[in-house]
Design a protein. Structure first.
Length: 207
């Protein structure tokens, strides 16, 4: 390798190392938004490692929201880092490939604030936001849910553990609560059992 290439490689390595473990610089506009929402600037810096898309307010000063095409491994690493710092990073709008999905950041100690903030409900099935929260709290107490996203008529959660003996009964319970998940999604209840076993993820939506 020539001396020029060696020098270039050394400079590149030095430059990359200077940002390991350090905050990514944020703009004055980002700083103003962070301060207005009482979000630490370090959290904004973490988000800026994922996207340069403009931020906008989520709800009435509840948090911030932005367009994002996630890179799964990097997103999960930042999500867990922010979770440890007292923030929830989650998908806030599902556009099914028609437009970029939206993601949001809120400062909270209760993940169910995501469901409440997004007013998730299913009016066509007489499921209010309050009744959904009751059901999710019950499932969380039994299977330890980790909410990954929510919108007005959908939510996604990771399930820590479902005993094999309870998979079938839980799938039937989920289907009764959200028929669309099988009828317009994975197929039938038996397919739902396999999906829950394989993915350990619960994704519900209502028409």
């Amino acid at each position: 390798m020539s001396k020029v290439l060696l020098s270039f490689a050394a400079v590149t390595l030095l430059f990359s190392c200077t940002y390991i473990g350090k905050e990514v610089p944020i703009s004055e506009q980002d700083r103003i938004l962070a301060d207005s929402l009482h979000i630490e600037r370090s959290a904004i810096s973490d988000i800026r490692t994922l996207t340069t898309a403009p931020f906008h307010m989520l709800g009435e000063n509840a948090g911030l929201e932005f367009e994002y095409h996630p890179k799964a491994e990097k997103y999960e690493r930042i999500r867990k880092k922010l979770l440890a710092a007292g923030y929830f990073l989650f998908k806030s709008e599902e556009n099914y490939g028609n437009l970029p999905d939206q993601y949001a950041l809120i400062k909270s100690k209760d993940q169910f604030d995501i469901i409440q903030l997004k007013c998730t409900a299913a009016p066509n099935y007489d499921i209010s936001n309050d009744s959904l929260l009751i059901r999710l709290h019950d499932w969380h107490n039994r299977y330890s849910l980790e909410i990954l996203g929510a919108g007005s008529d959908w939510f996604e959660a990771r399930i820590a553990h479902i005993p094999a003996a309870e998979l079938d009964s839980f799938a039937r319970e989920v289907h009764a609560f959200c028929p669309d998940i099988a009828e317009e999604g994975v197929g039938n209840v038996e397919d739902l059992v396999q999906e829950l076993k394989d993915s350990k993820t619960l994704y519900l939506w209502w028409d």
